[in-house]
Design a protein around this ligand. Sequence first.
Ligand SMILES: NC(=O)c1ccc[n+]([C@@H]2O[C@H](COP(=O)([O-])OP(=O)(O)OC[C@H]3O[C@@H](n4cnc5c(N)ncnc54)[C@H](OP(=O)(O)O)[C@@H]3O)[C@@H](O)[C@H]2O)c1
Length: 285
Amino acid sequence: MNVLVTGSLGQLGSEILALSGRDGNKRYYFYDLPELDITDKKAVEHVCGNHDIDAIVNCAAYTAVDNAEDNSVSAYRVNRDGAAVLAEVAKDRDALLVHISTDYVFDGKAYKPYREHDPVSPLGVYGKSKWEGEELVRQIAPSYMIIRTSWLYSSYGNNFARTMLRLGDERELLKVVFDQVGTPTLAADLAGAIMAILDRYDRGDAYAEVYHYSNEGICSWYDFAKAIMKIKNLKCKVLPVESKEYPTKARRPHYSVLHKGKIRQEWGLDIPHWYDSLEKMLAGC
Ligand SMILES: NC(=O)c1ccc[n+]([C@@H]2O[C@H](COP(=O)([O-])OP(=O)(O)OC[C@H]3O[C@@H](n4cnc5c(N)ncnc54)[C@H](OP(=O)(O)O)[C@@H]3O)[C@@H](O)[C@H]2O)c1
């Protein structure tokens, strides 16, 4: 099976690349800007034709949540229109589209983990653009899996864990919000889950599925920061603050824990706890 990974220089794409060397059954092809812009249909068709692609894993996205508020055209171009282009090409080729989405499609008013069919109500441009991308994937692609994830971090790129590591070294005190609760997801764990699904899925079947995947457990950003300082033995003190003390351009859900039962059961996944995955990631830093 030939698999195209888009947005391959980002956190998730980089982790799939890192794991792909061990995967003998599939041939992976990795593309990112400027070689492949997912909004350029002719370019996507060309790459898919050249490599005889059977499945596309879309890791490309406009992920700057705050910047998206002022740059909605760019956010919608990539997150909605780019998703539609990939869905169209997947349809023409009879290929599977694995499309990654986000917990930010929810407004965070829930009090128990979000299930796949729970109503969405994104709070900002990023979440709205991702939701509209999902909708087009559902409408266009005959075979798709939409995987929503949350609080992605890795040893690659910009993310909360790496920022905390840097600031924890530089500063004596950090204020971190404790009224946004969710689950961090180690990008390497999600990459492994996607690759396990691709190993097991039946190419003769059409899929029309939405899944939720994050690590197990629940924490606030404050808890996450405390855990980073503790594991790395950093002396920086972390103070819990409310979101209103740390205003951001985009509103964020106060609660965005995802229910993982469906993906765990259907694909037999063993999902690690966020703390164990954080320890694993930090061991390499
Ligand atoms: N990061 C999170 O906390 C988080 C949380 C929930 C869900 N997600 C979702 O998880 C997926 C992977 O996220 P990530 O953190 O790995 O993202 P990332 O690190 O920001 O990587 C995205 C990659 O896509 C590229 N890209 C942007 N526009 C493109 C285009 N038009 N064509 C091709 N590539 C393009 C980016 O390039 P440039 O850097 O040059 O723009 C970047 O290399 C995304 O769907 C995201 O929405 C992320």
